[in-house]
Design a protein around this ligand. Structure first.
Ligand SMILES: C[S@@+](CC[C@H](N)C(=O)[O-])C[C@H]1O[C@@H](n2cnc3c(N)ncnc32)[C@H](O)[C@@H]1O
Length: 494
């Protein structure tokens, strides 16, 4: 049963959510700052060099239009979001309680986080190879928020897939609206002009024309790293929901789907098998599993991710409804400006028409908090982890929970590297990080009653720009493990 949470904890949750909303709202300003920096550098060139690069000012103009188009999508997404808390409330936080809550890494009150996993951005690889990230979970009111109106256990309620329409009444920037402009001359002008005019009606971040709950007073200054998380989300959209992400999805998701299909050949509508996807990101894998005939639940603790997945899953009207320019934020490793400025349309599939199985849900909250619960014991026929295991403070705890929630004879399928998320977290908080080799991870899994059925290495990228001159490759571990019949693990600490 959910315990009562203090006003301080709720205030922290509100603060966290406001910061995330602000990060989204600050996206255009931060991007504009970048362009101004490019322009300042250009202005410093000697005249002869300027003449040689006379096309660059036009590129900066095009970049601005791309930012407008990205902002247009972001604003529609925010507009559709229904905050689970009243964001207009005062957020005075007692510093002492704040410190106590933050210091207790295993507190029950932690729910959704403002972290975007460092994994989500391949461009943020640090020198040690770890994907840099900021992990700042904050407190919350309930044990787990379910942003997509979804239940915390499977099968109770459905997501509102496709049930909502564009509240602003504005015409979305559709693929067909901009296709000609983009295809003909790699110029985004027409598309973004349309976005700009629509933006000015719904998304004037600095003005006063925002609608509904999205009030301009919510916009506060946030550090650059927060806006970087928005850029990460844009790349994740490509991975999960654009045609350009198909190769990554084929590499990571297809082997998982094939295994599920092989292991559960009979999927009756009346009694479909159940599958949990912890760390579900933007929800594509969880949706594909649902379409395969499973009662599928994605679990995700990042508000950045949940706001976006909720929008795509619940508010998309048609395939290719939206246009973004995901690669504009890096001038590095481009083969051409047109590569960098190319548009990407999404979603490549209309979620509401994807043949999902009843009971599909996205459950917001920390995997450890939500699923380390007696009510979850032996609940799932399958658990699927994709680029998730290395997000753990304590990977042993993750594996123990997975073992507890999988039914005897059920399966755990995993794809991912072991680029431990907290390995580089040198800070005053001294964050716990248990970093095991693959050999040790398997040993732990065997201890908790799993048997290896299939093992493989999968070469893949993560949110990579397929046209970039730099591609970070992973040789990710893939396995299917079966939980032995009648395995009873000892409670931890014994
Ligand atoms: C590297 S991403 C992978 C996302 C997705 N599975 C994919 O393959 O694209 C890891 C995801 O796990 C989420 N995550 C990290 N720790 C989590 C936790 N304790 N509970 C729930 N989600 C978590 C992150 O927010 C992030 O979306």
């Amino acid at each position: 049963m959910a315990r009562r949470y203090s006003r301080q904890e709720e205030a922290l949750e509100v603060k966290s959510l406001r910061r995330i909303i602000s990060s989204y709202l600050n996206y255009p300003d931060a991007a504009e700052e970048d362009i101004k920096r490019y322009e300042r550098s250009f202005a410093k060139l000697p005249p002869a060099h300027k003449d040689l690069l006379s096309h660059l000012p036009a590129k900066y103009t095009r970049l601005r239009r791309c930012i407008t188009a990205n902002t247009y999508f972001i604003m529609h997404m925010l507009q559709a979001f229904e905050p689970p808390l009243d964001l207009s409330q005062g957020i005075e936080i007692d510093d002492h309680e704040n410190r106590e809550i933050i210091a207790d890494g295993h507190r029950r009150s932690v729910t959704l986080s403002n972290a975007v996993d460092g994994d989500t951005c391949s461009e943020h690889v640090t020198t040690s190879g770890n994907r840099g990230s900021i992990h700042e979970p904050l407190s919350g009111k309930d044990d787990n928020h379910v942003i997509n109106d979804a239940p915390r256990s499977n099968g109770e309620e459905e997501t509102r897939i496709g049930s909502c329409c564009n509240e602003s009444g504005d015409r979305p920037l559709t693929h067909s609206h901009c296709k000609d402009a983009c295809d003909c001359q790699e110029d985004v002008k027409m598309a973004v002009d349309e976005a700009a005019s629509c933006c000015s009606s719904v998304a004037n971040v600095n003005g006063s024309s925002l609608l509904g709950w999205l009030d301009t007073s919510l916009k506060m200054n946030v550090p650059q790293v927060d806006v970087d998380k928005v850029r990460c989300i844009i790349r994740n959209i490509v991975r999960d929901w654009a045609l350009e992400g198909q190769r990554e999805r084929d590499q990571c998701y297809k082997p998982i789907l094939k295994e599920l299909d092989r292991l559960f050949p009979v999927r009756r509508k009346e009694r479909p098998p159940s599958c949990l996807v912890p760390g579900a990101g933007l929800g594509r894998l969880a949706m594909e599993i649902s379409s395969l005939g499973f009662v599928s639940q994605g679990n995700e603790f990042s508000y950045y991710m949940m706001i976006c997945s909720s929008f795509i899953l619940n508010h998309t009207q048609t395939a290719d409804e939206w246009i973004i320019y995901p690669w504009i934020h890096s001038n590095c490793n481009s083969l051409s400006d047109s590569d960098q400025l190319r548009s990407v349309s999404f979603p490549d599939i209309h979620p509401a028409s994807a043949g999902i199985t009843e009971g599909f849900s996205m459950c917001g909250g920390d995997f450890v908090e939500v699923y380390n619960d007696e009510s979850q014991r032996a609940t799932w026929d399958a658990v699927v982890t994709c680029f998730f295991l290395d997000t753990a403070h304590n990977i042993v705890e993750y594996i123990e929970i997975i073992s507890n929630i999988v039914k005897d004879g059920g399966v755990w399928i995993n794809v991912g590297p072991l680029l431990y998320h907290f390995a580089d977290a040198y800070g005053p908080d001294d964050e716990m990080s248990i970093e095991l080799s693959l050999e040790d991870v398997k040993k732990v899994a065997f201890h908790y009653g799993f048997e290896l059925e299939v093992e493989n290495i999968i070469e893949t990228t993560y949110t990579a720009n397929p046209l970039s001159m730099m591609q970070n490759r992973y040789f990710a571990a893939f396995w299917t493990m079966k939980k032995k019949q009648k395995h009873t693990s000892q409670p931890s600490g014994q």
